[in-house]
Design a protein around this ligand. Sequence first.
Ligand SMILES: [Zn+2]
Length: 92
Amino acid sequence: MTEYRFIYKCRLCGGTNESTCVSKEGTAQGLLTLACLGNPPLSAQIANEWHEAYSNPYQEKIELLTTHICQDGQMGVADLQGYKKVTTEEEI
Ligand SMILES: [Zn+2]
């Protein structure tokens, strides 16, 4: 199974964490592009096209920033780095 995971990197400690993952590369590209544009509201037509293209309603949004709980108990700001493709073995 292949999935696309969004990666954040902490400004304070340099640690990384993974956020939402999606199963289609087009969805990942679309979410990343929309995040860079500030997640603008989509018209009903565009939202419908999104749903038809990705079989995924436009509800999940990726943010450019998030928080990171560092190992030393501090809290940092983490920036979206992009997404990575991860292939895992199918579970039966
Ligand atoms: Zn951190």
